[in-house]
Design a protein around this ligand. Structure first.
Ligand SMILES: *[C@@H]1O[C@H](CO)[C@@H](O)[C@H](O)[C@H]1NC(C)=O
Ligand SMILES: *[C@@H]1O[C@H](CO)[C@@H](O)[C@H](O)[C@H]1NC(C)=O
Ligand SMILES: *[C@@H]1O[C@H](CO)[C@@H](O)[C@H](O)[C@H]1NC(C)=O
Length: 320
C-alpha cells in the first residue's frame, strides 16, 4: 500500500500555489495593468502645469504639440516659426492658450517700425490643424502699406479689414492713450487710403506674418468674458490660441488612461502611444499592442520563462 500522507498532499498543493504565484508574477509581469505615475509626463514650469496634450519631454504629450514648449528659468516659452512667446496660461477646460508678445502694441504703447514690429502669428503648416488663433481674438494690423497683399485689388475689391471682431474694433482701439500722440488717424474702413488700423478675424488670415503683410506692427486682444468688453482700456492684450486634437485621440487616450497608462507619441512615427511603465502599447496597457522590437524580445523571454516554469512544475509533481 502506498498511502499518501495528508500533510504530503497539502505540501504539494502549497508548492503548486507557489509555482502559480511565481508564474503570474514573473512570466507575465509586463502584461498586467500598468500603474504609471501621472507625473511620468506631467511637469511644471513656474506656476503652470504642463499636462496632456502638452509636454516638456519628447515622447510625452501629443505629437501635434512636439517641440513647442520650453521651460526657461521657470518661464514657459512657446516656439513657432514667427517667434518665441511667453505662455501666460493654459486653459485645459476650454482648450485655450494665452501668449504674450512683448513686441506687440497695446492700449498704452504703439510699437511700430517701417520693417515691421512684433512676431505676429505663423505656425508650421503641419501644426496649423492643432493650434490656431481663437475666434475671440482680434488682430489689429497697424500701418500696412497699400502694396500689402492684404489690399490686393484695393480699392475696387473689398478690404479684408472688419469693422467689428468679437465685439472689438479698430475704432475702439483708436480711443486708446497710445493713439493720442500718433496724431492723424484714418478711419478703420475708409476707402481712399489703406486704414491706419486694419482689424482681421483669425479665420481670415491663416498666417499673420507682419513683414510679409508689409505692416509696421500689430496689436492683438481677446475677450473671454461673456459680456462685450466695454472699452479698449479693459481689453486683454495678448494672443489667445485654441488647440485641438484629432477626433479619435479621445478614445485612444481614455482607454490608455483607464488601464493605468499615460498618453504619449512615438518619436519616430509620431503615432499615438500608450506608455505603460517599461513598455509601450499602440492601444492600451491591457493589450498586447506592442510597439518596439524590444517588446517582441520581451514576449519571447516571457514565453521561455513560462516553458521553464512548466517543466519545473512537472518535475516537482513527479517528485512525489
Ligand atoms: C502665476 O505667476 C504669475 C507671476 O509669475 C502670476 O501673475 C499669476 O497670477 C500666477 N498664476 C496663478 C494661477 O497662480
Ligand atoms: C515608450 O515611449 C516613450 C515616449 O516615446 C519613450 O520615452 C520610451 O523610451 C518608450 N519605452 C520603450 C520601452 O520603448
Ligand atoms: C515672413 O515673411 C517674410 C517675407 O515674406 C519671410 O522672409 C519670412 O520667412 C516669413 N516668416 C515666417 C515665419 O514665415
Amino acid at each position: 500500500m502506498n498511502m499518501i500522507h495528508p500533510l504530503c498532499i497539502s505540501y504539494r498543493y502549497f508548492l503548486l500555489l507557489l509555482i502559480k504565484i511565481l508564474l503570474l508574477h514573473t512570466a507575465f509581469p509586463k502584461f498586467a495593468s500598468a500603474r504609471v505615475p501621472l507625473t511620468a509626463c506631467r511637469s511644471y514650469c513656474g506656476n503652470l502645469t504642463i499636462d496632456y496634450p502638452f509636454a516638456l519631454r519628447p515622447g510625452c504629450g501629443h505629437a501635434g504639440f512636439r517641440n513647442l514648449l520650453f521651460c526657461v528659468n521657470g518661464i514657459l516659452m512657446l516656439h513657432i516659426p514667427s517667434g518665441s512667446y511667453r505662455v501666460l496660461d493654459i486653459d485645459y477646460a476650454y482648450h485655450g492658450l494665452t501668449l504674450h508678445d512683448p513686441t506687440m502694441s497695446d492700449c498704452y504703447t504703439l510699437d511700430r517700425s517701417p520693417n515691421g514690429r512684433g512676431n505676429g502669428f505663423v505656425v508650421e503648416p503641419w501644426r496649423a490643424v492643432f493650434l490656431q488663433p481663437d475666434r475671440d481674438n482680434i488682430f489689429m494690423l497697424l500701418g500696412c502699406r497699400s502694396e500689402s497683399p492684404l489690399f490686393q485689388g484695393f480699392p475696387t475689391k473689398h478690404l479684408p479689414c472688419r469693422s467689428i471682431v468679437s465685439g472689438m474694433s479698430c475704432d475702439d482701439y483708436y480711443r486708446c492713450p497710445a493713439w493720442d500722440e500718433a496724431g492723424a488717424r484714418s478711419s478703420a474702413y475708409g476707402n481712399s487710403n489703406p486704414p491706419e488700423c486694419c482689424a482681421v478675424e483669425p479665420a481670415a488670415v491663416r498666417s499673420l506674418n507682419i513683414s510679409h503683410l508689409q505692416c509696421e506692427g500689430y496689436s492683438s486682444a481677446y475677450n473671454v468674458a461673456p459680456l462685450r468688453p466695454p472699452g479698449p482700456g479693459v481689453w486683454t492684450y495678448g494672443l489667445r490660441l485654441s488647440y485641438s486634437l484629432p477626433e479619435n485621440n479621445e478614445g485612444f487616450c481614455g482607454s490608455c488612461r483607464s488601464t493605468g497608462g499615460v498618453c504619449g507619441y512615438d518619436q519616430v512615427t509620431h503615432d499615438d502611444v500608450c506608455i505603460c511603465g517599461d513598455w509601450n502599447s499602440t492601444s492600451n496597457c491591457d493589450s498586447l499592442g506592442l510597439t518596439a522590437m524590444a517588446s517582441t524580445t520581451e514576449i519571447s523571454l516571457s514565453l521561455a520563462n513560462l516553458a521553464a516554469y512548466g517543466l519545473f512544475m512537472v518535475w516537482w509533481i513527479y517528485q512525489f
